[in-house]
Design a protein around this ligand. Sequence first.
Ligand code: AMP
Length: 400
Amino acid sequence: MIILVMNAGSSSLKYQLYNMESEAVLAVGRVERIGMDDSILTHEPTGGIEVNRVSEILDHNEAVRKVIDILTHREHGVMTSISEINAVGHRVVHGGESFKQSTLVTQEVKQEIRRLFDLAPLHNPPAMMGITAVELHLPGVPQVVVFDTAFHQSMPKESFLYPIPMVLYRRHKIRRYGFHGTSHDYVSKQAAKVLGRPLEELKLVTCHIGNGASCAAILHGKTLDTSMGLTPLEGLMMGTRSGDLDPAIVPFTINKEELTLNEVNSMLNKHSGLLAISGISSDMREIVQAMDEGDSHAKLAFDMYTYRLRKYIGAYAAAMDGIDAVIFTAGVGENSWPVRKAVCEKLTFLGIEFDEERNLERSKEARYITKDGSRTSVLVVPTNEELLIARDTFEIVKSS
Ligand code: AMP
């Protein structure tokens, strides 16, 4: 079965084509700057040469058409006909309380995703555009939606409710949803394989730290708690997002700085985090480099980032009454050995015996960065959200 995985952002569309018999990736690519006159399509067939094409791509509908065209292109394509695509899997950010698992796209499902636009105004509409474009360009091909929030729907009330008037939950479903669910799901399953123990027995803290960052307490294979909330702003300090802060800072800042609510919202989402403290960058590579060159602001940003992450790991170990392993994943988690070192070296009380040399190894494989015999393990597990989307799509389409 050939499955096309799509991940639509507000002005981008990433894709991967899978052959599910072998789970081989046939091609990867992305369309960026959708809506501009210099949109870029980057396409790479596996084992082939990367192609870059600049043209005006008006909307997601046209982007999907361009993707299909290049996938079947005489020279750069990997299929002879679009009829070879058996199913399409879409990443959808917000599934609210309605979607506890991935599901086949139907009229009702589309209606429900539209109803959830309020909760993810920047993310869900482009995903919906992708679904509609596939209906147009690949008529009759089954589509599956995989939600970032679905995996976390196992949270109990005591962790997903905020201590604010219940009427807000009843009327508007204001609660913790959590995000990066596909990644937390994927890496916790991979971790169980590496640890050689059933997931149902394990207490894991998964740290998905990339551009956005979230931690999750995975108790016996299910999310007990996670750091992102109603929106992806809560929790860890991120590249440009503040993460946790005193909510009173919002009205206080509005008053003192004569800012509007929208401006403060934008400040917290786009001008905070590593970028705000370092004054240099939101990218951990540049922070570490500046810190090594003696920049005190970069050092402070790094220290705050790792301190806050360490607090979450400790809190989640307490929430689960124990911990078997910490898992690092995503751009920073997979690549930044200084971040992992700063976090793990001061978690000795959890039984973590950190291994400096293992931490420096570079590999695309899941691996330990603790010493053999460490009571609590720390693993680096490369995430693969696209593969999980492809697997869910495969299973759902096969059994439908
Ligand atoms: P993601 O959102 O998972 O794609 O992660 C992207 C982020 O990972 C970038 O913004 C960087 O901050 C970070 N990153 C990627 N490579 C490295 C690296 N070698 N060292 C430190 N951070 C990295």
